[in-house]
Every structure is written in C-alpha cells, then in structure tokens.
Design a protein around this ligand. Structure first.
Ligand code: PMV
Length: 310
C-alpha cells in the first residue's frame, strides 16, 4: 500500500495574463489536500475509486478524455508498469472542484505521487509536474502550467511560461481569507472566452496583460520587502484588470465589496474566475469580522490561511 498527497494552490496575482507569457505569483494551499491510496487487487487491471465524485470505474472502460484515467495511463507508462497489473486507486480530495484552487492538478499530482511511491521510483518534482501538465490540458484547454508547477514544487513561486518557476521570498507571513462564491466555474470556459477576446482585439488585451505583469512585479517586490500593507491595493488593481477581461462576476464583486466594507484592504478573484473563490488580504485582528461579513453576503464557504515561505 502507498499514499500520495498534494496541496491545493492559490494564484496571488497574474492569472489569465500568465497564459499569454506574463508572470504570475502562486502559493501552495497546505490546508486543503487531495490524497490517493494505491493498493494491490487480486484481479488484473486498474480500478479507480473517486469517492468525492461518486465514481468507481475500471481504467480500461474510461474514455481517453477522462482526466483521472489519463493521468493514470500517463504515469503507468512513465513507470513502465503494465496495464494488467492489479491495482486499486482510491482518491479523496478536500479541494472544491472548479473553484480556482487547483483541484484538478492536485488530484493528478496525488495520483502520480501515490503510484511513484507504490513502485518506489522517486520521480523528481519537475517530472511529476510535466506529467500532470499533460492532463491540465484536458481541464484547461491552453494551460499556462502554473497549477501543476506550484503544486509539484510545493513552494511560493514566480512563474512564466518561458522561464518556468523560481522561488519567491515572503519576508513576512500574511493572512488571506478565501471565500467561495458557491458557483463552480470551469477554468476552460473562462480561458476560452479570454482567448476569443484576445483574438478579436490583441492590442487591447496585450496592454491589459502588460499591466497585470507590472502589478505582479510590484507584488513580488512588496512580498520580498515585507511591505505587506501594499498587497491589498495591488490585489484591488489586479481585480480591476480581471474585470476588464470579463472574468469577474456579480457574485465575486459582491463578496469583494462586503469584505472591503468590513475593513479588508483589498482582494481579488483567484484562478479562472466567473465563480470559484475570491482571496481577501486581511490583518489578523480583522480576519474574523471579515469572514462573518463574507458569509453574511452569501459566501458558500470561507477559510483562513497564512501565506509564508514553506
Ligand atoms: O482556475 P485555476 O485554479 O485552474 O487557475 C487557472 C489560472 C489561469 O491563469 C486562468 C489559467 C492558466 O492555465 O494559467
């Protein structure tokens, strides 16, 4: 028997623009994890039991487009394990689906890690990330690769498609409240809509992406200097640009307004947008009042996390 697990993630700054080569900052969300248990079964063939999705199926019966099946096929091929090997994979995840917290990449990463542990191979993190990227394409269409990278490395990163990831410094830990709009929004759709907009008016979109990139650089500098008091305003500015890209929604704006009224210095959507989660920068003393305000404004779920190096 072997177990693999992987954290969720938060994009702090730069989603969507990162698909077009601009930088973004992301951190692992260690409070929410996906776990996979691999064990031998007497009969030949692989069975996948995804409890939270209410699905149990034999690998060979799944359509090739199924992301759980795909990552299992890809990993078994990478490890040179025959498909006739009798295996059961039991998948559990605390990460809400289609909500911008990287659930797809986390489940895929946990599958790779569990199989890797079961067959005692010790694949390097970069290889795990590359395998997961293959299935990210199924969830996202044209993924930047930021989700699989931050989840495989499990550290705060600056990411671009051209240069990959490098670690960033968070000089002073800070609190975020994460609030779910209650609306599941597939990233693929939002990413596809942004692409159609960009194709129609590339100059306008590229200018917005450049502005997002500039904010990301300012945010990285603020984090490195421990100037956390700058983060709220930077999040608000990033949110304004995301609104211009048409990936916000009335529910997202409603939660952000409620948080600001309750004293939050700023916040933004995180991930694909249109639904999913917002992140709100909060001082520790105000965190509880802001969580209450978010719930009163209709948040389906709130949680608080501390962002730090490691
Ligand atoms: O919705 P999530 O958590 O999968 O994040 C997607 C981030 C995007 O920038 C919108 C897409 C991407 O591939 O980077």
């Amino acid at each position: 028997m072997a177990i693999g697990s992987a954290s969720g993630k938060i994009i702090l700054f730069g989603e969507h623009a990162v698909v077009y080569g601009r930088p973004a900052l992301a951190v692992p969300l260690n409070d929410l994890r996906a776990r996979v248990r691999v064990q031998a079964r007497a009969d030949p063939g692989v069975v996948i039991c995804a409890r939270d999705l209410g699905r149990t199926f034999a690998l060979e019966t799944a359509p090739p487009t199924d992301p759980l099946a795909a990552i299992t096929y890809i990993t078994l091929a990478e490890l040179n394990v025959p498909l006739s090997t009798g295996l059961e994979l039991v998948i559990e995840s605390e990460i809400p689906l289609a909500s911008g917290l990287g659930s797809g990449a986390a489940v895929s990463t946990a599958i790779v890690r569990a199989l890797d542990a079961y067959f005692e191979r010790a694949l390097p993190a970069e290889r795990v990330s590359a395998l997961v990227y293959e299935t990210e394409k199924m969830y996202h269409g044209t993924p930047s690769g930021i989700d699989n990278t931050v989840i495989a490395l499990e550290r705060a990163i600056h990411f671009t498609r051209q240069t990959g990831a490098r670690a960033i410094t968070i000089a002073r830990p800070f609190c975020l409240v994460i609030a779910h709009t209650g609306i599941a929004s597939p990233t693929k759709r939002a990413v596809g809509d942004v692409r159609r907009g960009w194709e129609k008016d590339p100059a306008r979109y590229d200018k917005i992406f450049d502005e997002v990139g500039a904010l990301v650089n300012r945010a990285e500098s603020a984090l490195a200097r421990g100037a956390n008091e700058e983060l709220g305003a930077l999040m608000d500015q990033n949110q304004e640009l995301l609104r211009t890209l048409d990936v916000s929604s009335p529910e997202i704006e409603n939660l952000l307004t409620a948080a600001r009224r309750a004293g939050a210095p700023g916040g933004k959507l995180s991930g694909g947008g249109r639904g999913g989660n917002v992140i709100v920068y909060v001082g520790p003393a105000d965190a509880e009042a802001i969580q209450r305000a978010l719930l009163a404004a209709g948040a389906a779920k709130v949680l608080q996390t501390t962002v730090r190096n490691e």
